[in-house]
Design a protein around this ligand. Structure first.
Ligand code: ZN
Ligand code: ZN
Length: 224
């Protein structure tokens, strides 16, 4: 499912795009005070790490280290992934020459890389990873010159041209307020999982003296 689409300028940094990508995980982590500034884009054979914040971690380091230190395992895995692409004859040829067909992965800083510096293929699926293990696929769909119908104000870029319509989860009981709680395997709930607004949730799960009515599993629910 496509979530968002942007127009970016070649003169913009990769971080300009990262800062505009909407992901509910960011919100969730912020609310739980676990927000993490690290993240990378993997474009072709380069990991572009966001290392602007002092607490940011180079997520690509353990991957690049593993690539460097476990070359046999890497070659085997790479072979399995790319076997559909590379013909057997080509592979035999590479083996005979003792040349690995694993690309030489490297890392660079996201905050100092301009879109105009990138080597990419249109339509290829690339990876965006952030907040530890939240992963998204992104595609550079098109590349063109700016034309008169485009917004000429550079400050408006990255310009969001598409954002999937968000569907808000309402309370299953009153059907009026937005859900803030979600119960699982809740024996008195009409659905599983079941969504509640704050009022309905407390009304149906707690007595007037604030003691629990019955045992149940509940989570805070965040609107995507
Ligand atoms: Zn995410
Ligand atoms: Zn309600």
């Amino acid at each position: 499912v496509q979530n968002q689409e942007f127009l970016v300028l070649g003169s913009q940094l990769l971080t300009d795009l990262k800062d505009n990508i909407y992901c509910s995980t960011n919100k969730l982590m912020e609310l739980n005070k676990l927000h993490n500034h690290s993240g990378f884009f993997l474009i072709e054979d380069t990991f572009y790490n966001d290392t602007r914040h002092y607490s940011a971690v180079d997520y690509s380091k353990p991957i690049v280290d593993w690539l460097d230190n476990s070359s046999d395992e890497v070659a085997e895995k790479w072979d399995a992934i790319s076997s559909g692409v590379l013909k057997k004859r080509q592979k035999d040829l590479l083996k005979g020459l003792n040349i690995s067909n694993v690309p030489e992965f490297k890392s660079a800083d996201m905050q100092s890389t301009y879109f105009s510096d990138l080597h990419f293929r249109l339509g290829a699926g690339y990876l965006y990873c952030h907040q530890g293990n939240c992963k998204h696929t992104f595609v550079i769909r098109d590349m063109r010159l700016i034309h008169p119908e485009d917004t000429q104000n550079q400050a408006e870029y990255p310009l969001m041209t598409f954002h999937m319509q968000r569907r808000f989860q309402k309370c299953s009981v009153c059907q009026i307020y937005l859900a803030t709680k979600m119960t699982v395997d809740d024996k008195w709930a009409p659905n599983n999982p079941c969504y509640f607004c704050k009022q309905c949730y407390y009304l149906l799960h707690y007595k007037e003296d604030d003691s629990l009515l019955y045992h149940h599993t509940v989570y805070d629910y965040f609107q995507e």
